[in-house]
Write a new protein. Sequence first.
Length: 257
Amino acid sequence: MGQEITINFPPKRIISVVPSQTELLFDLGLDQEIIGLTKFCIHPIEKFATRTKVGGTKKLNIDLIKDLKPDLIIGNKEENTQGDIEELAEYFPVWMSDIFTLDDAMKTISEIGALVDREPEASYLNHLISAGFNDLKTLALQNHIDKKVAYLIWRKPYMAAGKNTFINDILLLNGMTNVVESERYPAITLEELKTTNCELVLLSSEPYPFGEKHIEEIQSAVPNAKVMLVDGEMFSWYGSRLVKAVQYFFEFQKQLY
């Protein structure tokens, strides 16, 4: 946000308002320091149950956050609303990430690690992520995976992950080319989807919970494409979940040979 912030170091009262970054903070060992999170910060579930919920990512409970008196709030430009963040920044140190690629995600992990005095732990996570995704990229090339793909995130209206998104970068790293040319998350009709000649349509488990019943609906509209359900967390969570994502994509790629 172009603001210089001063924090108590290391911070002792952290509120995270982004699910993937909340999981990262717990994985960095900040069990005692995390005092608040959103209702979507469900991993790890046993930690979620014992923490104060400060609303949803798009609609934060500002008064409750003020009552908790955090010494650091960690958010994300895409996940949180500008109004909420600007209001909170008047009272507390707020640190924001802005992530479009795997490299951005690793940079964020490093920066958060430095911010919360967990640099060795953050460095180790990045080592695992970097090695894992390099292997995935190599495997995709070796196995000649080159699929034209559409990745749907919403229904009524259908919406897709377009260019200039983290999801798009993850697709590319696994040998898939996004057929949606628009940036960010455009609406798309099934008729438009058919004209893209995509070979693969991926239905994400989040934010819209696509299920088996939706496969038939989309398959009938794009009969020449393979329609698959995928774990949205693996494609879109950019914290320590990326370590688990490596194994997920090893298995996923096997379905694309």
